[in-house]
Design a protein around this ligand. Sequence first.
Ligand SMILES: [Fe+2]
Length: 234
Amino acid sequence: MQPMPFPSTPLPPIPAVAPKLPYEPPRLGQNFWILENALPNPQEVVERCFNHDRWEYGLPYRPEKWPGWRFHDVLTPEELGGLEEWVKQVTGSRRLWVEQAGVGARVDCNVAQLVGGKDSGPRPHTDSRDLCRYAAVIYLHPDPPADSGTSFYRLRYPNGAIGGNLVPAPYRNLVDALGVSKLPPQAWHEELRIKNVFNRLLLYKANLVHSATAYFGEAERERRLTTVFFWMAE
Ligand SMILES: [Fe+2]
């Protein structure tokens, strides 16, 4: 991952034949939103997580696409309903819903995620346009390192040119939009970093390139605890 070059740095143009993404500057209130003190009972939700005894295991414990540990249905319908009202209000959506992921599969909405520093690192991606328009995370470690929230990225070309940050319709994800299955970390500029703050909710357009900035912690209670959400909207 590369920091953004200084604003006055002259940059080469994007190579004519290279695949491109549109660019939408990340702007608070426009394509991402922050709600502080999102849950009225965050400590209760934290304890609910650590009292849960049936986590599913992802990378590096099992060959899954997602890192660390997780379980579904962490928030009660009442807790979730309060957040969804706020999401509808700030995004101007009349209706939110959780899409069907396919036979036997579930969209990972209302899921607790516990990821340690050795489990994974930042992986810029977008969330499938087939499954969601908005994604959200609530940070639930009571005293986290600040630089372990969520980052937004822009494509960086091998010649140093800076590209876009958004997967447009009709593409589902970066693989579709760019025609490559994987990009190295140096293919991304980190453009904006949202700090990890206890009980902060970050909501964003799910087709913006993003990632956890960093994971941390070794012992269970020291790891990066979050709840994550994915909604379709109209
Ligand atoms: Fe994501």
